[in-house]
Design a protein around this ligand. Structure first.
Ligand code: TRP
Length: 336
């Protein structure tokens, strides 16, 4: 026996905007990783309601509802508040304070050329974009640096924000004092899941998502409608597996690898119908979702518990947050 102190776990932060129900894309892009990490790291999972306000400044009722939907979905997939910390961004005002302070050393040009922001801005009417929305990559940097997180598991589209967080952390450390670890990103097993319409990304706004809370019948209906190889007007025409959403989903969610490989083989040879491949897929998806639905139902009955989880988690992060703000202000010389 050695009398070593127990290893201090590295800190991890990730987050989601509360804008609605979570879907399969969230699972393979993020949640699955989060689940694996909750034992290994000291995890903070953030519900970024302020960031969501940038998308929906006039729809607080949508955000309010989504805060609980996201919490339910997180619990449903198996995140355990005994092991990890759920945080509501607005419950910890230090998120906003650090955002303000870091914005003083964030070059405007860095925000302007952020590729993810650029894409999102094109989706909106440029004239309607608020300063708050424009500066959300900066707010995300503060989210990450506030608990001084070392690890940030995210989807591919979030990488530019993590790059910015690295730059700002380095700049702060060099300019004032070495306070922030340089965070590193971890990408999910399936960085981007296509929608059921074959569109490049599964997303609520594109109306092409299968939700973690969808019931069995809905899953079957959605899978039936799914986009596959458009050249295949007959089951005996050889089909393309690569890039075919039905097979991307099989690979992501069907635990019976042998079945998937066999189906691929038959599909390529024109020996299996799309209908059959889809039937097998809905079965696999519904199997995958059984436990998630069960847990969700259980937690739906305890709204009080959900509020408590969010409140207690935020309180825990806030302790760290206050500490960070104190040393940041001191390093910047904001003491009068
Ligand atoms: N932008 C993320 C999303 O839309 C949410 C988010 C907010 C986040 N703050 C974060 C992700 C910090 C990672 C780290 O889902």
């Amino acid at each position: 026996m050695t009398n070593q102190t127990p290893k201090i776990k590295e800190r991890l932060l990730s987050g989601m905007r509360p804008t609605g129900l979570l879907h399969l894309g969230h699972f393979v892009g993020a949640l699955e990783n989060w689940l694996n990490f909750q034992d290994e790291f000291d995890c903070f999972f953030l519900i970024s309601d302020y960031q969501a306000l940038g998308d929906y400044p006039d729809r607080i009722e949508l955000i309010r509802k989504a805060v609980y939907e996201v919490t339910l979905d997180w619990l449903a997939v198996g995140l355990d508040p005994q092991k990890c910390t759920f945080v509501v961004q607005s419950y910890v005002p230090e998120h906003a304070e650090l955002h303000m302070l870091l914005s003083m050393i964030t070059p405007l040009s860095e925000i302007k050329r952020n590729p993810t922001l650029k894409t999102e801005m094109k989706q909106f009417n440029l004239k309607q974009i608020s300063l708050g929305f424009f500066n959300y990559p900066g707010s995300q940097v503060a989210d990450i640096l506030l608990p001084r997180a070392q690890i940030v598991p995210v989807g591919e589209d979030q990488l530019p924000h993590i790059e910015l967080a690295k730059k700002i952390a380095r700049k702060f450390n060099n300019t004032y004092k070495n306070i922030f670890p340089i965070p590193r990103a971890i990408i999910g097993r399936v960085p981007r899941l296509p929608g059921i319409d074959g569109n490049f990304k599964m997303s609520k706004s594109l109306d092409n998502a299968i939700y973690l809370s969808d019931d069995e019948k809905t899953v079957i209906k959605k899978v039936k409608k799914m986009y596959t190889d458009p050249k295949r007007i007959h089951a005996n025409i050889p089909g393309t597996v690569e890039g075919n959403p039905v097979f991307i989903y099989h690979d992501a969610f069907n635990s019976n690898v042998e079945e998937v490989n066999y189906l691929k083989e038959l599909y390529r040879e024109g020996k299996v119908s799309d209908v059959e491949v889809k039937e097998k897929l809905s079965r696999a998806l519904n199997q995958f979702l059984v436990l998630i639905r069960e847990r969700r139902k259980k937690f739906e009955r305890w709204p009080k518990l959900l509020r408590e989880i969010l409140y207690e988690g935020s309180k825990r992060e806030r302790k760290l947050a206050k500490e960070t703000i104190e040393i940041v202000k001191e390093a910047m010389g904001i003491i009068y």
